[in-house]
Design a protein. Sequence first.
Length: 170
Amino acid sequence: MLNKIVAATIKYLEKTMNKGITPLQAGDKAPDFVTKNEFGEEVRLKDYLGRKVILYFYPKDDTTGCTAESCNLRDNYSELKEKGYEVLGVSNDSERSHQKFIKKYNLPFTLLADTDKELVGKYGVFGEKILFGKPSLGIWRTTFVIDEKGFIEKVITEVDTVNHTEQLLK
Protein backbone atom coordinates (compact mmCIF):
# COMPACT_ATOMS: atom_id res chain seq x y z
CA MET A 1 0.00 0.00 0.00
CA LEU A 2 2.78 2.43 0.95
CA ASN A 3 4.61 1.70 -2.33
CA LYS A 4 1.48 2.66 -4.30
CA ILE A 5 1.20 5.96 -2.42
CA VAL A 6 4.90 6.74 -2.97
CA ALA A 7 4.63 5.84 -6.67
CA ALA A 8 1.52 8.02 -7.08
CA THR A 9 3.25 10.92 -5.30
CA ILE A 10 6.33 10.64 -7.52
CA LYS A 11 4.14 10.49 -10.65
CA TYR A 12 2.25 13.61 -9.51
CA LEU A 13 5.49 15.50 -8.77
CA GLU A 14 6.98 14.54 -12.15
CA LYS A 15 3.85 15.80 -13.88
CA THR A 16 3.64 19.11 -12.04
CA MET A 17 7.31 20.01 -11.53
CA ASN A 18 8.27 19.41 -15.14
CA LYS A 19 5.60 21.91 -16.19
CA GLY A 20 7.36 25.05 -15.11
CA ILE A 21 5.07 27.99 -14.80
CA THR A 22 6.62 31.13 -16.15
CA PRO A 23 5.38 34.40 -14.66
CA LEU A 24 5.17 35.80 -18.21
CA GLN A 25 1.85 35.64 -20.04
CA ALA A 26 0.33 36.60 -23.37
CA GLY A 27 0.10 40.38 -23.51
CA ASP A 28 3.26 41.00 -21.46
CA LYS A 29 6.23 42.84 -22.91
CA ALA A 30 8.89 40.26 -23.72
CA PRO A 31 12.04 40.88 -21.67
CA ASP A 32 14.87 42.19 -23.82
CA PHE A 33 18.15 40.35 -23.62
CA VAL A 34 21.71 40.32 -24.84
CA THR A 35 23.31 36.91 -25.26
CA LYS A 36 25.56 35.12 -27.72
CA ASN A 37 24.61 32.95 -30.65
CA GLU A 38 26.45 29.83 -31.78
CA PHE A 39 29.20 31.98 -33.34
CA GLY A 40 29.78 34.12 -30.23
CA GLU A 41 27.99 37.11 -31.79
CA GLU A 42 25.77 39.22 -29.55
CA VAL A 43 22.05 38.87 -30.17
CA ARG A 44 19.38 41.16 -28.71
CA LEU A 45 15.64 40.71 -28.82
CA LYS A 46 15.26 44.36 -29.83
CA ASP A 47 17.18 43.51 -33.03
CA TYR A 48 14.06 41.57 -34.06
CA LEU A 49 11.54 44.38 -33.59
CA GLY A 50 9.31 44.49 -36.65
CA ARG A 51 9.46 40.69 -37.01
CA LYS A 52 7.64 37.89 -35.20
CA VAL A 53 9.85 35.64 -33.09
CA ILE A 54 9.48 32.08 -31.88
CA LEU A 55 11.73 31.91 -28.82
CA TYR A 56 11.93 28.31 -27.68
CA PHE A 57 13.73 27.17 -24.55
CA TYR A 58 14.92 23.57 -24.44
CA PRO A 59 16.97 21.65 -21.86
CA LYS A 60 19.97 20.29 -23.77
CA ASP A 61 21.48 19.92 -27.23
CA ASP A 62 21.38 16.51 -28.88
CA THR A 63 18.97 14.83 -26.46
CA THR A 64 15.90 12.95 -27.63
CA GLY A 65 13.15 15.49 -26.91
CA CYS A 66 15.25 18.53 -27.78
CA THR A 67 16.32 16.98 -31.07
CA ALA A 68 12.70 16.07 -31.94
CA GLU A 69 11.55 19.62 -31.19
CA SER A 70 14.40 21.29 -33.11
CA CYS A 71 14.00 18.97 -36.10
CA ASN A 72 10.24 19.61 -36.19
CA LEU A 73 10.95 23.35 -36.38
CA ARG A 74 13.62 22.66 -39.02
CA ASP A 75 11.26 20.56 -41.12
CA ASN A 76 8.64 23.32 -41.04
CA TYR A 77 11.04 26.25 -41.17
CA SER A 78 10.04 27.44 -44.65
CA GLU A 79 6.38 27.59 -43.58
CA LEU A 80 7.32 29.51 -40.42
CA LYS A 81 9.44 31.95 -42.47
CA GLU A 82 6.57 32.42 -44.98
CA LYS A 83 4.36 33.41 -42.05
CA GLY A 84 6.98 35.95 -40.97
CA TYR A 85 8.57 34.14 -38.02
CA GLU A 86 12.19 34.15 -36.93
CA VAL A 87 13.16 31.12 -34.83
CA LEU A 88 15.57 31.36 -31.90
CA GLY A 89 16.40 28.36 -29.72
CA VAL A 90 17.81 28.78 -26.22
CA SER A 91 19.60 26.38 -23.89
CA ASN A 92 22.43 26.63 -21.37
CA ASP A 93 24.77 24.77 -23.73
CA SER A 94 27.94 26.42 -25.03
CA GLU A 95 28.43 28.03 -28.42
CA ARG A 96 30.52 25.03 -29.50
CA SER A 97 27.81 22.58 -28.45
CA HIS A 98 25.28 24.61 -30.46
CA GLN A 99 27.55 24.54 -33.52
CA LYS A 100 27.76 20.74 -33.35
CA PHE A 101 23.99 20.41 -32.83
CA ILE A 102 23.24 22.70 -35.79
CA LYS A 103 25.67 20.86 -38.03
CA LYS A 104 24.53 17.38 -37.04
CA TYR A 105 20.83 18.11 -37.69
CA ASN A 106 21.17 20.84 -40.34
CA LEU A 107 19.26 23.39 -38.28
CA PRO A 108 18.61 26.59 -40.29
CA PHE A 109 18.00 28.93 -37.34
CA THR A 110 19.99 30.57 -34.57
CA LEU A 111 20.68 28.93 -31.23
CA LEU A 112 21.48 31.13 -28.24
CA ALA A 113 24.05 30.05 -25.65
CA ASP A 114 22.68 31.14 -22.29
CA THR A 115 25.58 29.72 -20.30
CA ASP A 116 25.17 32.24 -17.47
CA LYS A 117 21.42 31.42 -17.19
CA GLU A 118 20.48 35.09 -17.39
CA LEU A 119 17.98 34.62 -20.23
CA VAL A 120 16.23 31.61 -18.66
CA GLY A 121 15.99 33.67 -15.48
CA LYS A 122 14.41 36.65 -17.24
CA TYR A 123 11.82 34.40 -18.86
CA GLY A 124 11.21 32.37 -15.71
CA VAL A 125 11.89 28.99 -17.33
CA PHE A 126 14.59 27.58 -15.07
CA GLY A 127 14.13 25.74 -11.81
CA GLU A 128 13.56 22.45 -10.13
CA LYS A 129 12.12 19.57 -12.12
CA ILE A 130 11.98 15.82 -11.79
CA LEU A 131 14.30 13.87 -14.08
CA PHE A 132 14.30 10.08 -13.90
CA GLY A 133 12.47 10.26 -10.57
CA LYS A 134 14.98 12.64 -8.96
CA PRO A 135 14.81 16.40 -8.45
CA SER A 136 17.26 18.44 -10.50
CA LEU A 137 17.66 21.99 -11.75
CA GLY A 138 17.20 22.78 -15.41
CA ILE A 139 15.27 24.50 -18.17
CA TRP A 140 11.52 23.97 -18.39
CA ARG A 141 10.75 23.34 -22.07
CA THR A 142 8.76 26.48 -22.96
CA THR A 143 8.07 28.47 -26.12
CA PHE A 144 7.18 32.15 -26.43
CA VAL A 145 5.66 33.62 -29.58
CA ILE A 146 6.56 37.30 -29.68
CA ASP A 147 4.89 39.82 -31.99
CA GLU A 148 6.51 42.52 -34.11
CA LYS A 149 6.24 45.09 -31.29
CA GLY A 150 7.95 42.87 -28.73
CA PHE A 151 4.86 41.62 -26.88
CA ILE A 152 4.19 38.00 -26.03
CA GLU A 153 1.35 36.57 -28.11
CA LYS A 154 1.44 33.01 -26.81
CA VAL A 155 3.21 30.93 -24.17
CA ILE A 156 3.41 27.17 -24.64
CA THR A 157 4.48 25.25 -21.52
CA GLU A 158 3.27 21.81 -22.57
CA VAL A 159 5.36 21.43 -25.70
CA ASP A 160 4.60 18.54 -28.04
CA THR A 161 8.14 18.05 -29.31
CA VAL A 162 7.23 16.09 -32.45
CA ASN A 163 4.33 18.41 -33.42
CA HIS A 164 5.58 21.73 -32.11
CA THR A 165 5.03 23.71 -35.30
CA GLU A 166 1.38 22.63 -35.33
CA GLN A 167 1.05 23.93 -31.75
CA LEU A 168 2.59 27.24 -32.78
CA LEU A 169 0.42 27.82 -35.82
CA LYS A 170 -3.00 26.91 -34.41
